[in-house]
Write a protein that binds this ligand. Structure first.
Ligand code: NAD
Length: 446
């Protein structure tokens, strides 16, 4: 799906006109290509204490980045990392935050700001909790001030998680890279030091992944991205989408499984296919989903039931089959597609939002069941993504929906796919039962 407006405001006369009229000027986003460097310039790491020193050490040593600890006049930083995990009082925010402020005007297009902080909990001293929670508000506001396709995101570490834990480093790389192009204004919790640092180019090598709803749209992009990262992919979709499904499966050198995910034996059939054809199953991406929008006052039982059946009941049933099988135990990953509608609500989508809110509850409660095997369950909540699903939205509503986020545009299927791939990776082993939004910092909801 193309965004004609985005193309117009970035070319020739219409670019000038849009500027004069003060119209939204979404910037084209830089997406990841294999072989691309993590950053195309220097990184400024701000913050004081042994943890920020350790982090700066990894960035300059292991990742070979040009790290500065204070702004150097004339340098246009590709990224600013605010290491704020050692704060004990809001007074300590001013030095690093105002120092970051001095370089913001000269950030190039598509730059990154990432905060690292600790989660504020009731046991904290009030000043400690105030400092920690303050980072949350700071980051969300700063993300709204960035322009030119630049993004701001935060990593929130639980009490005992070191700044060099695999999931902290994995999340930091994800947020710094072009893989997170449409993730903006988000704070991702890291709950434990579990997980492992992978080969960053092939993080899913040796893993077998099933992707439901893989014949088109976001699901097809997830299949492509997991395969690029080294996974063997089983592409699942309904028999009616068989031809497109085969195309995707062939493209990713995986296998196709024609299956309606609402079938009572869907879990058993997925497992049987995975074990017979590939010898194992490690990753399940619950992407198949439908909308049947109606105001609740006009909702038919059929519209309500079909959405709940595909979007949530099938996932619960498949997970139960996998979790009780004894064959899904080697650091398994479940990644489910939620939606910002399930968080903020959306008129005409009570059925869809119930199902997507349900996904968020499900992953939170499923994650503890997987922890003993080093497994995780997490959700990805897309906002407005350019697919056939959103192409069905009336034209004017679609134009407005696209602009209602900090990046002033819709995301691409690959933006969701990259986020799924990150959560499916060994580096995300400490991210447990979380929801990561891919919405360009949508103005609705949290
Ligand atoms: P899409 O309609 O383009 O593709 C969905 C795929 O799921 C189709 O190939 C379809 O055949 C398949 N599917 C539907 N019912 C199935 C079933 N019973 N069994 C097996 N496969 C089935 O949708 P999309 O835009 O690519 O969305 C993918 C996921 O992302 C969905 O869960 C959707 O709710 C979610 N999502 C999308 C957006 C967006 O803006 N596009 C926003 C938020 C969430």
């Amino acid at each position: 799906m193309t965004d004609t407006y985005l193309n117009l405001v970035n070319s020739g006369v219409t670019k000038k006109l849009a500027k004069q009229l003060g119209l939204p000027q979404p910037a084209p986003l830089r997406r990841y290509e294999p072989g691309q460097p993590l950053l195309t310039g220097s990184v400024l790491v701000l913050g004081r204490g042994p943890e920020s020193d350790a982090l700066a050490g990894v960035l300059s040593g292991d990742w070979d980045l040009d790290v500065h600890r204070h702004p150097t006049p004339g340098t246009r930083y590709a990224a600013v990392v605010l290491a704020l995990t050692e704060l004990t009082h809001p007074d300590q925010l001013s030095e690093p935050v105002l120092e970051a402020g001095t370089v913001l005007k000269s950030l190039p297009r598509g730059s990154r700001v990432v905060t690292l902080s600790r989660s504020a909990v009731a046991d904290d001293a009030p000043a400690v909790a105030a400092a920690r929670q303050g980072v949350d508000g700071l980051l969300r506001s700063l993300a709204k001030e960035l322009r030119g396709g630049s993004t701001g995101n935060g990593i929130v570490l639980a009490a005992d998680v070191p700044v060099t834990a695999p999931s902290v480093l994995g999340a930091l790389r994800f947020f710094l890279s072009a893989k997170s192009a449409f993730v903006d204004g988000q704070l991702l919790g890291v709950d434990s030091a579990a997980g492992s640092v992978p080969d960053w180019d092939q993080p899913l090598a040796g893993r077998v992944a099933v992707v439901t709803g893989a014949a088109r749209g976001i699901g097809a992009s997830i299949a492509d991205t997991l395969a690029r990262d080294g996974a063997t992919v089983i592409a699942v979709d309904v028999p009616a989408a068989g031809e497109q499904l085969t195309t995707v499966a062939n493209r990713v050198k995986g296998t196709a499984l024609q299956l309606d995910v609402t079938a009572p034996d869907a879990g058993a059939r997925i497992l049987e296919h995975a074990l017979q054809r590939h010898g194992r199953l490690d990753i399940v991406v619950h992407n198949a989903g439908i909308t049947r929008d109606k105001l609740l006052a006009n909702m038919s039982p059929d519209k309500w039931d079909s959405v709940l059946a595909v979007n949530i009941a099938s996932q619960l049933r498949i997970n139960e089959a996998l979790l009780t099988s004894g064959d899904f135990t080697d650091a398994p990953r479940i990644v489910s597609l939620a939606s910002t509608s399930g968080i903020a609500g959306n008129r005409g989508q009570t059925n869809y939002a119930a199902s997507k809110g349900g996904v968020i509850g499900m992953v939170r409660a499923t994650a503890p069941l997987l922890e003993a095997f080093g497994g995780t369950a997490n959700a990805v909540a897309p906002g407005f993504i350019e697919t056939e699903m959103t192409a069905r939205i009336p034209a004017l509503t679609r134009q407005v929906a696209r602009r209602l986020n900090s990046l002033q545009q819709g995301g691409q299927p690959v933006d969701v796919a990259e986020t799924v791939a990150f959560l499916a990776s060994p580096a995300a082993g400490g991210v447990v039962g979380r929801v990561l939004r891919v919405c360009g910092q949508n103005m609705v909801g949290q």
